[in-house]
Design a protein around this ligand. Sequence first.
Ligand code: SAM
Ligand code: DTB
Ligand code: SF4
Length: 320
Amino acid sequence: MNIHVPDTRHDWSREEVLALFDRPFMDLVFEAQAVHRRYHTANEVQLSQLLSIKTGGCAEDCAYCPQAQKFAKDTGLKASKLMGLDAVLSAARAAKDAGASRFCMGAAWTRPKDRDLDDIVQMVEGVGAMGLQTCMTLGMLEDYQAKRLADAGLDYYNHNLDSSPEYYKEIITTRTFEERLDTLEHVRAAGINVCSGGIVGMGESRDDRAGMIVSLANLPQHPQSVPINRLVRVKGTPLAEVQEIDGLEFVRTIAVARITMPRSTVRLSAGRETMSDELQALCFMAGAASIFRGEKLLTTPNPGEDRDSALFEKLGLTAA
Ligand code: SAM
Ligand code: DTB
Ligand code: SF4
């Protein structure tokens, strides 16, 4: 089947997106790479670095997440308080020296308290002053909180839809899909770039993966950044033993995100630690153009500098 993909649409049906998923693999990946080259620089991959500025002890019950307090006795993850400004700035400086262009700070909160935002604003200003792009992921945001972050110069806010509206309910019971959409609306209205994607490999169906992409692609504006995470199965979380998603199905998900949101940067996010070079190469072929660098994501391992520079060298990729 040949689907004509015009510039930027916001009226995708689940059937259409499923039809993309159903295409012969080579056709799908070829088209994804063609779309990629129309709007983005070929062979260039943007490097972000994560820092968990407040780890664990979270009141939400996201079944994938090692930071939920509910699973702490099984994961053994220790909660910590919000990091101090100096420690955050020195981590950011090290990330910049190592080649990152964006610094993403994550907190295991349902939502930030207003008094936390005073500290957060200083972090945004300090990291931004180093010439790094700034990203925060702090949970749900009210409109006035988003405006404060925008005034501080925050470049991106990450808040994932995580799955389809239906499967979301199987994964998180403490807050709703609609609340997620409200936060994205507040971020967008404040003029901050939206970073929103999801996780695949949580036991969802292809229909759910299509539903997640439809929800992202039919937002009033496509998120500027779309992270596609492959579940990191953490011992002690309810999803620790779930069947791992087939690698080629993961590549298909990246390709479909690429085609449906042509101007967005699709990010090959969590899950690279257990991926072969070949699987990552297919993800780049399918239009992924951003990764997290460094040895750690928020709490789980990531490939690290040596493996990544060897991979970039082998593939002729350049870091941006
Ligand atoms: N607490 C905030 C929130 O949930 O919005 C921000 C931090 S939270 C850890 C950020 C995102 O990390 C989640 O939305 C989820 O998509 C991703 N994530 C968490 N645990 C993961 C895992 N085990 N594998 C893959 N992605 C994960
Ligand atoms: C996103 O989509 N993936 C990143 C970032 N946004 C915050 C987080 C991945 C977390 C993986 C599990 C961990 O290291 O705790
Ligand atoms: Fe808390 Fe975020 Fe983890 Fe959910 S994903 S448990 S909100 S830290």
